[in-house]
Design a binder for this molecule. Structure first.
Ligand code: CMC
Length: 427
C-alpha cells in the first residue's frame, strides 16, 4: 500500500495524491489543489494549531491518551526519581545523558555563569511598585541580552552554547532578585557549595549576614519540580520561543517572549490561578457547589484539562507524591483537602469524565510551593526557571533544522472588499 492520500476536489473533479510521512501530510502540498491556474491553492485552516505539526523534534515525547511523558526517550518517572535538574537539562539540550566528566563540566559552566551582571539589579528599581515577579522576570531576560551583544551571532554553535549556559544559570538569580526587589529587600547573590535548587532557595530566603542552609527535603522537592518542568514539547511558550527565534533574533529576546507566553493563566499562570481558586472555595462543603458552577459555565476548574493529555498528567501523579514528602516537613497545606475533594468529585462527574478532563501539572504544584513559603505570584516564575532548558533546547534544535524558515502563517481574509476613502466631513 503506498503511503499516500488521494483527495478529490469536487469543485473540479480533479484528484490529487499527497505523500504521507509519519502519519502527516505536508500542508504545502495542498497548494497544488486549485480551481484556476492563478489560484494560491488550498490552505489548511487550524486557528490554534490543534492538528498541525510545526516541526520535527527529538526532544520530548508525549502520549496524551496513555499519560506518557519522556525526555529524549527517558520516562519522566525515572528522571524524577533518579536524576537531578542539571543532568536533565543537559539531557534535554544535548540529547544524551551526560558522562561524569560532561556533567562536571556542565555544572561548572552553570556555576561560573550564575551571577547576573551587577547593573541588572538596577533594572528592578525602574519597575512599578510591587511588580508581579513574572513581569519583572520577562523584563530582566530582555535586559540581560544587552550585556551579551555576541548573542546576536546565532550561527556560531559556541556562541549559542555560551548563551544557553548564561540563561539557565542566571534565571534563578533573576527570579530571586525580582522577588526580593519588590519587597525592598537587599539582593543576595549566589553562594558557593549549593545545588542549583539550593542556591535559588538561598538567594530567595536567606538574610544577608546570617547562615541559611536549605532544608534537604525541600531542596530535592524543588529539584524534582524543576525536572518535571524542563520541557513539554510544542506548548504555547515553546512555540513562542521557536516562532520569535525563527526571525534569527538573539536567544534572550526569544526567552523573554517565551516567558511572556508562559505568564498567561491558561498556561504557566494556571498554578497561581489554582491557588486563588482553592482559597476562593475556602472549605470542603463548598466544593460540590463550585463544581456545579463550573459545569454551568461559570469559570473553569483550574489545574484540570490539557490540550494533549486526555488522561492523568504523569507529572501531576509525581507531584502528588512529592507533596506528601514536603508536607511532612512543612505541615499539611490546609487547601490539600479541598484539592483532593475537587479531584475526587471531578473524576467521577459526567461533565469532566466525558471531556476527559484530569488534573494537570499545575493542580498540585501550587500547594507545594505555598507550603514551601513561596508567594502565589512566584509560582509561574518557578515554572519559568527550569523551562529555560526546554526553550533553549528547542531553539537549538530549530536552528540546526535545515527546514527552518521564519514562521509566517497565512490567513483567510474575511474583511471588507476594496472601498474608497471618504474624507472625515463626508462620513
Ligand atoms: N474546567 C472546566 N471545563 C473545561 C476545562 C476546565 N479546566 N478545561 C476544558 N474544559 C471544557 C471546555 O469548556 C470545553 O467544553 P465544551 O466542549 O462543552 O465547550 C471542553 O472542556 C474542551 O476544552 P477546550 O478549551 O477546547 O480545550 P483546550 O485543549 O483548548 O484547552 C486548557 C486546554 C489547558 C487551556 C484547558 O483545559 C483549561 O483552560 N484548563 C484550565 C487551565 C489550566 O489548568 N491550564 C494549565 C495547562 S497544563 C500546564 C501548561 O501547559 O502550562
Amino acid at each position: 500500500m503506498p503511503d499516500t492520500l488521494t483527495i478529490t476536489d469536487n469543485r473540479t473533479g480533479r484528484s490529487y495524491e499527497l505523500a504521507i510521512k509519519d502519519d502527516t501530510v505536508r500542508a504545502a502540498d495542498l497548494r497544488k489543489v486549485r480551481v484556476a491556474a492563478g489560484d494560491v491553492g488550498l490552505m489548511a485552516y487550524d486557528p490554534a494549531l490543534v492538528n498541525t505539526a510545526a516541526c520535527r523534534s527529538t526532544i520530548t515525547f508525549i502520549d496524551g491518551d496513555k499519560g506518557i511523558l519522556r525526555y529524549r526517550g527517558y520516562p519522566i518517572e525515572q528522571l524524577a526519581e533518579q536524576s537531578s535538574f542539571l543532568e536533565t537539562a543537559w539531557l534535554v539540550i544535548d540529547g544524551e545523558l551526560p558522562t561524569a566528566s560532561e556533567l562536571l563540566a556542565f555544572t561548572a559552566a552553570i556555576h561560573d555563569n550564575r551571577v547576573p551582571p551587577a547593573r541588572i539589579a538596577g533594572l528592578f528599581d525602574g519597575l512599578a511598585d510591587d511588580p508581579h515577579p513574572m513581569g519583572a522576570l520577562i523584563a530582566s531576560f530582555g535586559a540581560l541580552g544587552t550585556f551579551y551583544p555576541e548573542s546576536h551571532n546565532i550561527s556560531d554553535p559556541a556562541v549559542r552554547r555560551r548563551q544557553v549556559h548564561r540563561i539557565i544559570a542566571q534565571a534563578p538569580a533573576l527570579a530571586a532578585y525580582a522577588a526580593r526587589a519588590r519587597k525592598g529587600q537587599p539582593l543576595v547573590p549566589p553562594r558557593e557549595g549549593l545545588s542549583f535548587a539550593g542556591n535559588f532557595l538561598y538567594m530567595l530566603q536567606a538574610t544577608p549576614g546570617q547562615t541559611f542552609t536549605p532544608n534537604p527535603v525541600l531542596e530535592r522537592a524543588l529539584d524534582i519540580l524543576f525536572i518535571l518542568h524542563a520541557d513539554h514539547e510544542q506548548n504555547c511558550s515553546t512555540f513562542a520561543m521557536r516562532s520569535v527565534g525563527s526571525s534569527n533574533t538573539d536567544p534572550y529576546s526569544s526567552v523573554a517572549a517565551a516567558a511572556a507566553a508562559l505568564y498567561g493563566p491558561l498556561h504557566g499562570g494556571a498554578n497561581e490561578a489554582v491557588l486563588r481558586m482553592l482559597h476562593g472555595i475556602g472549605s470542603l462543603d463548598k466544593v460540590p457547589a463550585f463544581i456545579k458552577s463550573v459545569e454551568a459555565g461559570d469559570g473553569r476548574l483550574m489545574g484540570f484539562g490539557h490540550r494533549i493529555y486526555k488522561s492523568y498528567d504523569p507529572r501531576a501523579r509525581i507531584i502528588k507524591r512529592v507533596a506528601d514528602e514536603v508536607f511532612e516537613v512543612t505541615g499539611k497545606n490546609p487547601l490539600l483537602e479541598i484539592a483532593l475533594e475537587l479531584e475526587r468529585i471531578a473524576l467521577q462527574d459526567e461533565y469532566f469524565v466525558s471531556r476527559k478532563l484530569y488534573p494537570n501539572v499545575d493542580f498540585y504544584s501550587g500547594l507545594i510551593y505555598e507550603a514551601m513559603g513561596f508567594p502565589t505570584d512566584m509560582f509561574t516564575v518557578l515554572f519559568a526557571i527550569p523551562r529555560t532548558a526546554g526553550w533553549l533546547a528547542q531553539w537549538e534544535e530549530m536552528l540546526r533544522d535545515p527546514e527552518t524558515k521564519i514562521v509566517r502563517p497565512r490567513q483567510i481574509y474575511v474583511g471588507a472588499d476594496k472601498r474608497d476613502y471618504i474624507p472625515v466631513d463626508g462620513r
